[in-house]
Ligand binder design. Structure first.
Ligand code: PBG
Length: 325
C-alpha cells in the first residue's frame, strides 16, 4: 500500500507537481524563425503558416525587438530573394534580405542572437539545396564553396550563428574553413546534422517558395526509416567543427532526438517544423485540440527528450504568454 501511494502523494497539489517536475520549459530555451523578404514596410501573412509573416528587413528588426523583450534569446532567419537563379547567387549577397535584416537587427538589439539559415534552396530557381549537374542531380562538392561564401556574407552582416540546413556532405568543415579564413573565428555553427527527408516541411516550402521543381531531397536528406544513421551524421558534424546540432523534424523523431542528445558532446536542439505547427493550428482551429495545451505538451516533450533548445514558430507567442502569467 505504502509503495502504491508514493507517486500519488507527489501529484496531489500543483505546488508538489511543480516541485518534482523533471522538465522545465522557459522562454530562454526558444528560437523564433522569421522569413525575410525584399522591400520596406512589408508584413504579409503566410497562408500555410497562420500567425507567421513575410517581413521586410525593417519589419523584421521591429519584430526582433519585440521577440527579445518577451525573453526569447535567439531568432533564425530565412530569406526570400528578389530573384532566383541556377546557382542561388543571392544567398551570398550583402544586400540580400537576410544580410540586410541581420545588420538592422544587430544594430537595434545587439544582445539578441541572430542565427542565419544557410542553404541554397530558397535562392535557386530549381529549388534544390545545391547546384545541379547536367543530369539534374545535386553536385555536392560544387555546392560547398557557394555555401561557404553565403555563410561568410551572413557573418559579415553580423550573424552570430550559421545554421546550414542543406545536408551536403562535408559542409560543416567547408563552412568552418571559410569562416575562419575570412576572420570569423568567433561565429558559431549550428548544424542541421540530423535532418530527415520529411513531408512535414510542406508549409515551409510554400512560405519560402523552395519546393524542388523536379524530384525530391532523398539524395541528401536522411531516410526516415533509419535511426542509427543519425548518430553517424552527428559524429561527423562534430568532428568537422559543429558547435551545436539540430534534430529535425521534432515530434515524429523523439527517439532519434533522445539518442543523439544523450551521446552528443555538443548541445543538441530540436526543430518543431512547419508541418508540426500547421497540424496543431489546423486541429485547434476546428476545435479538435486545445491549442495552448497541445503547444505546451509538444514543446515540453521535445525538452524532455533531450533538446537543450527548440526552434519553434510558437516561440514569441509562448514567451509573451509566459510573461503575462
Ligand atoms: C531549407 C530548410 C527547410 C526547412 C528549414 N530549412 C526546408 C527543406 O529542407 O525542404 C524546413 C523548416 C520547416 O519546415 O519549418 N533547406
Amino acid at each position: 500500500m505504502e509503495l502504491i501511494e508514493r507517486p500519488r502523494r507527489l501529484r496531489q497539489s500543483r505546488a508538489m507537481r511543480d516541485l518534482v517536475a523533471e522538465t522545465d520549459l522557459r522562454a530562454k530555451d526558444l528560437v523564433q524563425p522569421l522569413f525575410v523578404v525584399p522591400g520596406e514596410g512589408v508584413r504579409r501573412p503566410i497562408s500555410a503558416l497562420p500567425g507567421q509573416y513575410h517581413l521586410s528587413p525593417d519589419e523584421a528588426a521591429e519584430e526582433a525587438e519585440a521577440i527579445y523583450r518577451a525573453g526569447v534569446p535567439a531568432i533564425l532567419l530565412f530569406g526570400i530573394p528578389p530573384e532566383k537563379d541556377a546557382v542561388g547567387s543571392w544567398a551570398a549577397r550583402l544586400d540580400a534580405p537576410v544580410q540586410d535584416a541581420t545588420r538592422r537587427i544587430k544594430r537595434a538589439v545587439p544582445e539578441l542572437l541572430v542565427m542565419a539559415d544557410t542553404c541554397l534552396c530558397e535562392y535557386t530557381d530549381h529549388g534544390h539545396c545545391g547546384v545541379l549537374r547536367g543530369d539534374g542531380t545535386v553536385d555536392n562538392d560544387e555546392t560547398l564553396p557557394l555555401l561557404a561564401s553565403a555563410a561568410v556574407s551572413q557573418a559579415e552582416a553580423g550573424a552570430d550563428v550559421i545554421a546550414p540546413s542543406d545536408m551536403m556532405d562535408g559542409r560543416v568543415g567547408a563552412l568552418r574553413a571559410g569562416l575562419d579564413g575570412a576572420g570569423f573565428t568567433g561565429t558559431a555553427i549550428l548544424s542541421y546534422a540530423v535532418k530527415y527527408r520529411s513531408a512535414f516541411y510542406g508549409p515551409f516550402r510554400e512560405a519560402a517558395g523552395s519546393a524542388p521543381q523536379h524530384g525530391d531531397r532523398s539524395g541528401y536528406q536522411m531516410d526516415f526509416r533509419n535511426g542509427r544513421e543519425a548518430m553517424r551524421e552527428a559524429r561527423i558534424d562534430i568532428e568537422e567543427g559543429a558547435d551545436m546540432l539540430l534534430v529535425k523534424p521534432g515530434m515524429p523523431y523523439l527517439d532519434v532526438l533522445s539518442a543523439v542528445a544523450q551521446s552528443s558532446a555538443v548541445p543538441v536542439g530540436a526543430y518543431q517544423v512547419s508541418g508540426e505547427y500547421a497540424m496543431l493550428e489546423a486541429a485547434a482551429e476546428r476545435g479538435w485540440l486545445d491549442r495552448d495545451q497541445v503547444v505546451q505538451e509538444s514543446l515540453v516533450a521535445l525538452k524532455r527528450a533531450g533538446a537543450r533548445f527548440i526552434i519553434t514558430y510558437y516561440a514569441h507567442e509562448w514567451a509573451k504568454r509566459a510573461l503575462a502569467r
